[in-house]
Design a binder for this molecule. Structure first.
Ligand code: HEM
Length: 486
């Protein structure tokens, strides 16, 4: 009798395993067409080492503008056309996030923080953060930026070749650190250098479309120790700062984001007798999101812009002329100059278009069964936005692989609406910061310096893929311009 029961249980177990794995090769009804689905892995076989952005042009030709993919048992839809992307980014039923156990290692194994949160806490903390950043932008940002840039540029050796491998990456992180924790790099330089190195490595090795996202048991095969190292270093740094801030907290003297966050949690205690949203875990999760997103994305975009400008003397001449005409050589750039400098603005847009650091954005999750453009997306389907493809679509962009800032000045201005920061409720929290930051950074730099490539040297423009894409290391000769008195 016992052996019969055991046999029966084994049969049931096998049937369940069979159903679990083989259902991955069934394309749901009215799901978009896409690559062949195999048992267990679905169509994950299509993306081995390369990023999904390389497959999208081929997939689009074969399957159309909306592609159905399956990362093992996770249903995933890729939107390729700009109009669909814009509609999808704003769709009220597409505002959830992927609660992957692998990704949530960053946020105390819970769906916390900005990237993975999608509940009331996310909405409350996001609103508070945007409000706080808005105040900083209007009051301190310019001063912080100038101060940090003078330090960043102090390592430049006039007329010499510089290896651009980590260079120009310090200021973005320093600015975010100062806004968040009031910390200056020199006060904790060892700890900050360590977390920055570990984060860079983790972002370079990590992928956002691998099967480890679905089967976290496989994470050891995907350099999980590198990710954990970066997470632990950042959490430790933030935890130390939180404790320091708590000790000296004064509600009448809110000095930075950490103080403001503590203030919100104190208010919750006063009102409800407990903390509902502004918990320590939430602080660590939001902190890691802001530090990692802020550090990696902006620095890499600036490096790409330097690379392309160094390859195009005429573009650099136009930048220098605009800066000399509007700002001159005797005062630092100010945010109020931005409106009068369309060429620099266009160069920044073009830098973000040609090699976007987030070529497929950040996946959204469908929160309710939804009909979209004739297809049916079941609840929890993931939506991928083919941003890079949309910004390189040869039918919409002339010579899409060429660096041409003019395309944002002379042609159809509606193209400026490329949603490389997302749109609506889930859009990038750093968008205003990044645009202001890049403007001041580049205006400051090109006011004082010119760049060129070493004689006979050509950099490789193919990005290194990672959680965010960045340029391969390259070389630049940096020379001080004449008659700049600053
Ligand atoms: C060139 C620079 C940057 C680019 C291109 C970029 C792009 C993006 C994109 C595409 C998203 C996803 C939007 C969506 O899901 O619809 C995003 C989200 C986000 N970004 Fe950025 N970003 C940049 C810099 C920054 C900076 C400097 C910060 C922090 C200060 C930041 C913080 C965030 C956060 C917290 C989110 C998640 C928002 C949420 O889901 O509520 N980003 N960003």
């Amino acid at each position: 009798m016992t052996s019969e029961i055991i046999f029966f249980l084994i049969v049931i177990l096998w049937t369940l395993i069979f159903i679990h794995f083989f259902k991955n090769c069934i394309r749901p009804k009215n799901f978009p067409n896409g690559p062949l689905l195999l048992p267990i892995i679905g169509s994950a076989w299509t993306i081995p080492g390369k990023g999904m952005e390389y497959l999208i042009p081929k997939w689009k030709k074969k399957y159309g503008n909306i592609i159905g993919h399956k990362l093992c048992n996770e249903k995933l839809v890729v939107l390729c056309e700009s109009e669909d992307i814009i509609e999808g980014l704003k769709h009220p039923n597409f505002q959830g996030r992927f609660h992957s156990k692998f990704l949530m290692q960053r946020t105390r194994n819970k769906p916390l923080g900005f990237f993975f949160g999608d509940d009331e806490t996310w909405s409350e903390v996001r609103r508070f953060t945007l409000r706080y950043l808005g105040v900083i932008f209007n009051t301190h940002l310019e001063t912080i930026l100038h101060d940090e840039l003078l330090q960043e540029f102090s390592v430049i050796r006039n007329g010499e070749i510089h290896e651009i491998n980590g260079m120009f990456m310090k200021t973005p992180l320093n600015v975010i650190l100062r806004i968040m924790t009031g910390t200056r790099r020199k006060d904790y330089s060892h700890q900050i250098d360590d977390l920055q190195k570990k984060t860079e490595k983790a972002f370079m090795i990590g992928r956002v479309t691998g099967i480890e996202l679905v089967y976290p048991l496989l994470k050891r095969l995907f350099h999980n120790d590198v990710q954990i190292d970066a997470i632990n270093a950042t959490h430790k740094f933030l935890k130390d700062r939180l404790e320091e801030h708590r000790k000296s907290f004064d509600p009448l003297d809110i000095k930075d984001y950490t103080d403001a966050f503590i203030n919100e949690s104190e208010k919750e205690i006063e009102l409800y007798g407990k903390i509902n949203h502004f918990t320590d875990d939430e602080f660590l999760s939001c902190g890691i999101d802001l530090l990692q997103a802020g550090n990696e994305s902006t620095g890499k975009t600036i490096q790409f812009i330097f690379m392309y400008v160094a390859m195009n003397e005429e573009i650099q001449n136009k930048l220098h002329n605009e800066i000399d005409e509007i700002i001159g050589k005797e005062r630092y750039p100010e945010l109020s100059d931005r409106i009068n400098m369309p060429y620099l603005e266009a160069t920044i847009y073009e830098g973000m278009r040609i090699n976007p650091i987030a070529p497929i954005g950040v996946a959204h999750r469908v929160t309710e069964n939804t009909n979209f453009k004739g297809y049916f997306f079941e609840k929890d389907t993931l939506i991928i936005f083919a941003l890079k493809y949309a910004m390189h679509d040869p039918e919409k962009w002339q010579n899409p692989d060429e660096f041409m800032p003019e395309r944002f000045i002379n042609s159809d201005r509606s193209k400026k609406k490329i949603p490389n920061f997302g749109l609506g409720k889930r859009s990038c929290i750093g968008e205003v910061l990044v645009k202001n930051f890049m403007f001041i950074y580049l205006a400051h730099f090109f006011q004082k310096y010119s760049i060129k490539l070493p004689h006979g040297y050509k950099p490789c423009t193919i990005p290194i893929l990672g959680i965010t894409n960045g340029p391969q290391p390259f070389k630049l000769v940096i020379t001080e311009r004449k008659n700049v008195t600053l």
